[in-house]
Design a protein. Structure first.
Length: 316
């Protein structure tokens, strides 16, 4: 690295590391008004995939405003050993926020996103064994321990998707206190803001969608993120991402098989955080489609009965 790359005072003081499909895009929209996040892009992928480009490349994403703390919403960092080691070495004082969600719901949501973007060509059952990220990012206890060891337990905040979904104001208060910014009141629009993963479909043409994704990644590496957004929201982009067949339901057998892959992690997370996660040990509604519902004043009794997805994270 260059000499000035060693100045970590310009680096983020906090990271929201996911894992994917845990409301990170919603949190990005909320926090960007109160902190300094990367321009025109949610995820830079710097600490896991683009580290070779150097700190100067990374810092170009941030404004020169030193009045707001810098941060990054980076759900792919959660299960990345490289990202963890690089952050611990480059920004050892950084704080990280994790958000945990029913592992089968989250894996199903991630599968649909990656399938829609042409990153997966198989069905859900096969993808669980062919796509390492679907399972690896669901190893909550394993990776939480690793982050705590790398940065210290006091610098790692574990939270839950159910709280974000049902008590968003309380959730952001906790995050604001942890990352060191003043508390702020969510607007009604922010509380109701949601993207529906059910709008995603299977690719109309898998090969074309994959080519479009490769082009998007190339443009992003050149800081042409605005162009990527324009292409994604164009008629062609919408056709590639929503022109195919709708997703079918995940069968109860497939959901139960997926649950067994995560059961030990759930039980260990219960012990680590001293919480009851019994609702995560069943998939009684596993044959129902994931539905996106607006966060509301719903009581906790609804948490176990509702399956939800959230804003699509960047599929790169």
């Amino acid at each position: 690295m260059r000499k000035n790359d060693n100045d970590n005072s310009r680096l983020p003081s906090f990271f929201v590391i996911g894992p994917p499909r845990t409301g990170t895009s919603w949190l990005h929209e909320v926090l960007k008004q109160h902190t300094s996040l990367p321009h025109h892009v949610k995820e830079t992928r710097f600490f896991d995939e683009q580290f070779h480009r150097g700190m100067d490349w990374y810092l170009r994403y941030f404004s020169r405003n030193r009045h707001s703390p810098r941060g990054e919403i980076a759900p792919t960092y959660f299960s990345s050993a490289q990202a963890r080691e690089r952050i611990a070495r480059s920004v050892p004082q950084a704080k990280v926020v994790c958000t945990f969600r029913h592992p089968v719901e989250r894996a199903t949501s991630l599968y649909r996103l990656k399938r829609a973007y042409g990153m997966i060509g198989s069905n859900f059952e096969e993808a669980l064994f062919r796509d390492p990220e679907l399972v690896e990012s669901g190893k909550y206890a394993t990776h939480l321990k690793a982050w705590q060891q790398a940065l210290g337990s006091s610098r790692v905040l574990p939270t839950f998707y159910e709280q974000l979904r049902d008590e968003p104001q309380q959730y952001v208060n906790e995050v604001a206190d942890f990352i060191g910014i003043p508390r702020f009141k969510l607007s009604r629009a922010q509380i109701r803001f949601v993207h529906n993963s059910e709008a995603l479909t299977q690719p109309l043409h898998l090969g074309s969608t994959r080519l479009a994704l490769a082009l998007a990644n190339t443009l992003k590496s050149q800081h042409l993120d605005r162009l990527v957004v324009a292409l994604r929201t164009s008629r062609l982009g919408k056709l590639l991402l929503s022109g195919g067949r709708p997703f079918g339901r995940v069968s109860p057998d497939a959901s139960r098989a997926a649950l067994e892959l995560f059961r030990c992690e759930v039980e260990e997370l219960e012990k680590m955080l001293n919480v009851d996660l019994s609702a995560w040990k069943s998939v009684e509604a596993g044959d129902a489609p994931i539905q996106e519902l607006v966060p509301s004043e719903s009581g906790p009794e609804r948490i176990q009965r509702l399956q939800k997805a959230e804003i699509p994270d960047r599929a790169a």
